[in-house]
Design a protein around this ligand. Sequence first.
Ligand code: SME
Length: 151
Amino acid sequence: MNFDQLIPQVDSIIQGSSSVDEKLLAICTLLEANVEYYNWVGFYFRNGDKEELKLGPYVGAPTDHTIIPFGKGICGQVAVSNQNFVVPDVSAQDNYIACSITVKAEIVIPIFVNGENIGQIDIDSNTPDPFIEADERFLEYVCAQVSKILS
Ligand code: SME
């Protein structure tokens, strides 16, 4: 995957005049449509002052996991670790919340606003072990751009 060709489209979504949620959904749509091993793409954000994440805009199969307590699952762990979490094989994870039996791998990248971890982008893949460093760098870029429209 050549992520460089997606950067101008990410930038143009961020700079557009639509609402924040419309922009976030457009980013999910762009990523899911252009990266063949991105099969579910969504955002989770801290739910007010609570120690939990709430599902935001997403593209892919509907999930029951609209609220995830801090520390639970891959997403909840990133909420407390403040670090990227790349899971090549979800079946090898004890602290994992399954959304669909088709999912083989997952990547979660935190979003920081003024240094505070306020949410994340979460991507599920039906392909085993698909993520490389370029995914992390690209998704960090996406999260940094998203941070600008949240602050
Ligand atoms: N698998 C995630 C839950 C969210 S779904 O992937 C949409 C987790 O373990 O946190």
